[in-house]
Write a protein that binds this ligand. Structure first.
Ligand code: NAD
Ligand code: GLY
Length: 363
């Protein structure tokens, strides 16, 4: 078993990584929620049939009264209507303040049920059992929970740290190829922002099979980086911004495809290449990095370039909002394995972006 502790003052929690861990979910939950009688598990229509019964059995074997609430899979479920239905179902099940909510699924289930746990009865314990690569390396760690509003993604939410994160890498075997590779975009991101040796190791593993051989170490490395960033800036007012490397241009790409053509992971992959080009043009990023990142994403069948309009690009970077002279912060690589938020004048950023966009390098 690989273990990492997220040592937040007064709210420490462990991340446990081990193949087959789903069958031990009950015992580990008991250890962190000794007073809980009921566990309200939440999953989606793809994950529940695959893993729901195993987790329920393990919880019941550990002495819990356990129920499984299943919601339709997909981002469309991460909304206030589903949240309200979850609250009602929790009350219907008899959840009390000493009980706990368990998320079994990807980032959608984690974000939605985490927000429900943060708000029901003014907050109950929360266990994350992430089953996608993205959820294991990113969304299950760090305490961000949210639902989407009509005005945009993740606009209503709370910081609510889990009591425990249980990762069973075997669950990744049932992921569709594109969902697995979307998670790999975030894995590559960790190498770019904080660990050059890790990135170099990933370059030697361009297939899913080769990555799965080392998956425990990959998960541990990514979660270790995320843990350190979250410990430095839990509330996302400073350095946590580096986790968004590639995401700003990525958002423009997602929008350009109407959030249908390109998944978040695909958009982030191309967004990292774009951010590397931007860094080179500003004299901050070494000249060899765009091609290096491009090769790594292409090897995983992720796109290295996505066309988008100048309007989408400036909107994603908030360049379209006037505020003359104001400085803007963008996350750029100063070398492979090191990202920093860099402050630029609006004119500097707009000028470089426009040049790269006209050359067809970005968008
Ligand atoms: P997801 O939860 O929609 O899962 C992707 C697909 O995989 C779904 O169809 C799901 O049913 C299926 N699936 C999940 N596990 C499976 C398994 N083991 N086998 C087979 N199919 C499985 O999406 P995601 O990519 O995991 O997460 C995306 C969400 O995460 C977004 O809503 C995003 O905003 C959020 N997110 C949150 C944070 C955070 O810090 N809270 C960080 C990054 C992303
Ligand atoms: N995924 C970005 C964050 O957790 O801050």
């Amino acid at each position: 078993m690989k273990t990492l502790t997220v040592d937040l003052p007064g709210r420490p929690y462990d991340i446990l990584i081990q193949r087959g861990l789903l069958d031990e979910a009950g015992a580990h939950t008991k250890a962190v929620c000794p007073k809980a009688r009921r566990i309200f598990a939440v999953s989606d229509t793809n994950v529940a049939p695959l893993y729901g019964e195993r987790v329920l059995t393990s919880l019941k074997d550990a002495g819990f009264e356990a129920t499984l609430h299943v919601i339709p899979s997909g981002e469309a479920s991460k909304n206030p209507t589903q949240l309200a239905q979850l609250w009602e179902a929790m009350m219907e099940a008899g959840l009390t303040r000493t009980d706990a909510v368990l998320a079994l699924g990807g980032g959608v289930i984690g974000d939605l049920s985490g927000f429900a746990a943060a708000t029901i009865l003014r907050g109950v314990d929360f266990i994350q059992v992430p089953t996608t690569l993205l959820a294991q390396v990113d969304s299950s760690v760090g305490g961000k929970t949210a639902v989407d509003l009509q005005h945009g993604k993740n606009l209503a939410g709370a910081f609510w740290q889990p009591k425990l994160v249980l990762m069973d890498p075997d669950t990744l075997n049932t992921l569709p190829e594109d969902v697995f590779m979307a998670g790999m975009a975030e894995v590559l991101k960790y190498g770019c922002i904080r660990d050059a040796a890790f990135f170099a190791n990933l370059e030697t593993r361009p297939t899913r099979a080769a990555l799965m051989e080392e998956i425990e170490t990959i998960l541990l490395t990514c979660c270790g980086i995320k843990r350190d960033v979250v410990l430095a800036d839990e509330r996302d007012t400073g350095v946590r911004m580096i986790l968004n490397f590639g995401h700003t241009v990525g958002h423009a790409y997602e929008k350009a495809g109407n959030y249908e053509k390109w998944s978040h992971g695909q958009a982030v992959a191309a967004g990292m290449v774009a951010a590397a080009h931007l860094g080179v043009s500003l004299g901050i990023t070494p000249a060899d990095l765009p091609e290096r990142i491009q090769k790594a994403v292409s090897a995983l069948n992720l796109p290295a370039h996505i066309p988008c309009s100048w309007e989408d690009l400036t909107h994603a970077i908030a360049l379209d909002k006037k505020g003359a002279g104001a400085n803007m912060r963008v996350v750029l690589l100063t070398k492979m394995g090191w990202a920093e938020p860099v402050s630029l004048t609006r004119e500097q950023l707009e000028g470089q972006l426009r040049k790269l966009w006209e050359e067809g390098v970005i968008g």
